[in-house]
Design a protein around this ligand. Sequence first.
Ligand code: MSP
Length: 526
Amino acid sequence: MSKRFYITTAIDYVNGQPHLGHGYEKVVTDVIARTRRSLGEDAFFLTGLDEHGQKVQQAAQKENRTPQAYCDELAADYRAFATTLNLTIDDFVRTTEPRHKAVVQAILAKLHSAGYFYKAEYRGFYSPKEETFLTEKDRRPDGTFDPSYGEVVELVERNYYFKLKDQQQWLLDYIEAHPDFIQPEYRRNEVLGFLKNNTLEDLCITRPAARLKWGIPLPFDPAYVTWVWFDALVNYITIPAAHGDPVVLEALPDLRAKFETQNSNLELWPADSHVIGKDILKFHAVYWPIMLKAMGLPLPRQLLVHGWWQKDGAKISKSTGNVVEPLKVIGEWGVDAFRYYVVRELDIGPDGNWTDAGFAARYQAELANGLGNLVNRSLSMLKRYRQGIVPKRSDELAPNAAASFTAAVENLKASRLQSALGDIWTLVTRANQYVDQTAPFKLAKDPAQSARLDEVLYNLVETCRVLAVLLWPYIPQTSERIFTQLGLASKPDHLADAAWGRLAAGHSIGDPAPLFPRKDLAAKPA
Ligand code: MSP
């Protein structure tokens, strides 16, 4: 067995329903996972939930439920969300699962006996909302703390700390030596700047159980639970361990008895890509590598850092009601319209802005009038003029298809999803222009133009087939519908099948049906 392409999303806090940010990150990750599979690689896609910590404990308390009952109900919603988004996930991790607890505890025990931790008293400020300790450095010039910390309290507390003093230089050297480790480049520079200009403080990795019960107990001191970030980051290792990954089990041999199997051990670690938002970069680029090195495990190959969505130019916020509800949008416009819009609108890196009008405009212009119209009129004309029978091969649009394919694959391999979509759309636009230039409806009226009409029709339906293959990672349901309408029994899930000329003369297509029904432009997504 060989190593799989292992890709993850952040695991979401279960303190509310899934929102646009969660949906975006998952779609981006799914497009990359599907691309890898379509290129012939074995990929493994992990997502899941971050269920411990004060926020969840408080949210449960508010509803008078136990934290576990509260999490179980929301976990069902998040799993359903993954299905609705048509994600090709291979596992779904919850940090309250016994398999995850076992891995966190094995890691804590290993690092504790290796002398990475010490116990000390902390006196200072604490933000319960952010579950974080604050120092004088965190004060603003007027002496107050940023409102995002909520109410800040003074605290005296004994806790376990992870020594970070000796870790700064190797991490800095590593990031300098591995330019692809943090993408995009400006996020990498942010981390380098942080490491060059600050001294890492030792990391508090526990909370007293007397104050916070909802966490994983330390295996060597049950009076403490694990700090939620130490717990959460480990999820990326839990799943390889649970699937018997030999690299992970070698570093954590105590887990062998629990997870090793005779013949189904998957090779996953190191992760090829952790897809995360910009707000959690420090945890992934600083603490996670340090934890991994201490465990004796290689670092992930890449952190792919995306920006944040706003709506109508303002922060998305439940309290102000400025939200986008992905499930409502999908209910009204279809899952592929949602998948398409988020990737087309926002490149991986900068912040983006959702507007209902922008969504509706892209739907109408690009999906309904662009792709949908091309496929519908191409197939309808083949039905009408040739009884749905594919004519002999013609290569007029072959160079356009090849150019889009080459450019898109190069961009897809580098996870430049928005650019690759642009490359594919060049072919959509070219083919629609080809219909206008060749005017097959006129050719059909002139029997002397019959051979020319055959050529045009072949070029159009073959372009539709190529587009279905190229678009499958992005809008899989639509691609599969195009294949069904083309009368093809196979799936459009192999990029190699985008090579021109696979549609055989004499093949009989199925029935065309609109892919993206036109909507009244005044209609808005919910
Ligand atoms: N539980 C932590 C992650 C632990 S990973 C080991 C967490 N959860 S979260 O629910 O707050 O966020 C999950 C992901 O969604 C993060 O990558 C975050 O950046 C992303 N987003 C949350 N809001 C977002 C937007 N408005 N826009 C885009 N992504 C955003 O952080």
